[in-house]
Structure formats: C-alpha cells, structure tokens
Design a protein around this ligand. Structure first.
Ligand SMILES: C[S@@+](CC[C@H](N)C(=O)[O-])C[C@H]1O[C@@H](n2cnc3c(N)ncnc32)[C@H](O)[C@@H]1O
Length: 196
C-alpha cells in the first residue's frame, strides 16, 4: 500500500491502541476520529474492528492527504473523510464513540474543551471517547523524553504542549463523562478512555 504520507509512529502504536479499543469499543457502532492525519489509524482500526463504522476527519488543509490515503482501503466500514476543525461548529451526526491520537498536544489548550463541547450532544449511556498521547500528572512529565518533547513542541508553536491529565479529566467530567481507564501505552504515552 503506497501512502501519500506515512507516519512511523502510527505503525508503532496501532497495535497497542487496537488491543485497548477491542475492549472499550466492543459495544460501539460509529466512531468519529478527530485529527486523523495520514489515516493509518482509521484504515487499520476499520479493518480490525469490523463491527463498527469509522469516520475519519481532518482540518480543511490536510483533508486531501487523508482522502488519498483512505482511498487505498477497500473496507466499506471506513467512511469518506470529512472536514472537522474542533474550533468550528461540529456537524450533526450519529456517533457513539470518538477517538483521537496525538492531537491535544498540537492544538491550543482550549481544544480540550472544544472537543468535549463538540461531542456533548452525542453523549448518552454507553458513549466512549479514547484519547491517545502523552500527558502530565500533577504537573510532572512521565519521562525525560516527554519533557524534551514538550520543549520541542513549544519551540514550534507556543500554543502547543503536553496537557495535564487533570484538566482533561475535569473537562470530561463537565460533560458527564467518567474515566474508565488510563491505559499505559508504550513510548510514555497513555490511552485515556472515558465513558458515560
Ligand atoms: C500530530 S498530528 C496526529 C495525527 C494522527 N492522529 C496521528 O496520530 O498520527 C495532529 C493532527 O491534528 C490535526 N489538527 C490540528 N488542528 C486541528 C483542529 N483545530 N481541529 C482538528 N484537527 C486538528 C492536524 O491536522 C494533525 O493531523
């Protein structure tokens, strides 16, 4: 499969994430992915989690890369990518789960609230959101490499940076979600799974 753009990190993290999603997305039928990037997660999870439908999304400027890559998948449970900027009004759609990897440390901190506000209309019993990436706990990094990564992120964009778990947890609670599990992932990442 010749991808227009390829992420080695996605290849490395897709199986550990899949193992957790198999458990937490078992009763889910429609997943919206925020910030799908190259679409590698979307294509892989649609293939492996064949009971659900996967809706990849991206900001406008990155949509064509995602579209080109997703065309390489033959899975009919992978929807055509849609534009979604978390800071703009979210289109109405039926969904009972959300997935996002490595987006919270890229978007400004207000993006955390934007995501939880965006999904709020869809939250009902059984709803799930799984958020993958590095986090700080009580202001501390989980590793030296995450501290270095955070410095690098901020040098690229002052609005980017590794987020505090406690802030994400609070914003989730504000819309009626509870932490189901904080899964420790390889390479000093976490998969935060919240549910209603
Ligand atoms: C580090 S990449 C992660 C991509 C992919 N999820 C992965 O794990 O490889 C961050 C992604 O967030 C997207 N993004 C940035 N700002 C966004 C916004 N305001 N709304 C939605 N997505 C955004 C970027 O286009 C990019 O694809």
């Amino acid at each position: 499969m010749r991808l227009k753009e390829f992420s080695q990190a996605c290849e490395n993290n897709k199986n550990p994430i899949l193992n957790a999603l198999k458990k937490y997305f078992l009763d889910v039928s429609k997943v919206l992915e925020v910030g799908s990037g190259t679409g590698q997660h979307a294509m892989y999870f649609a293939d492996q989690l064949n009971w659900l439908t996967w809706q990849p999304t991206e900001i406008k400027g990155r949509l064509s890369i995602l579209q080109d890559n997703c065309k390489l998948s033959s899975r009919d449970n992978l929807c055509s990518p849609l534009v979604l900027n978390i800071f703009e009004p979210w289109r109405k759609m039926q969904l009972d789960a959300v997935f996002s990897a490595n987006t919270l440390h890229i978007v400004p901190v207000a993006g955390i609230e934007a995501i939880f506000s965006g999904i709020a209309p869809n939250i009902s019993s059984g709803f799930r959101i799984a958020i993958y990436g590095p986090f700080k706990y009580e202001g501390e990094y989980t590793s030296e490499s995450n501290a270095t990564f955070d410095k690098w992120l901020r040098s690229q964009n002052l609005d980017s940076g590794i987020r505090d778990f406690e802030l994400v947890n609070q914003k989730a609670r504000n819309v009626g979600l509870k932490l189901i599990e904080d899964c420790v992932m390889p390479a000093n990442n976490q998969l935060l799974v919240f549910g209603a």
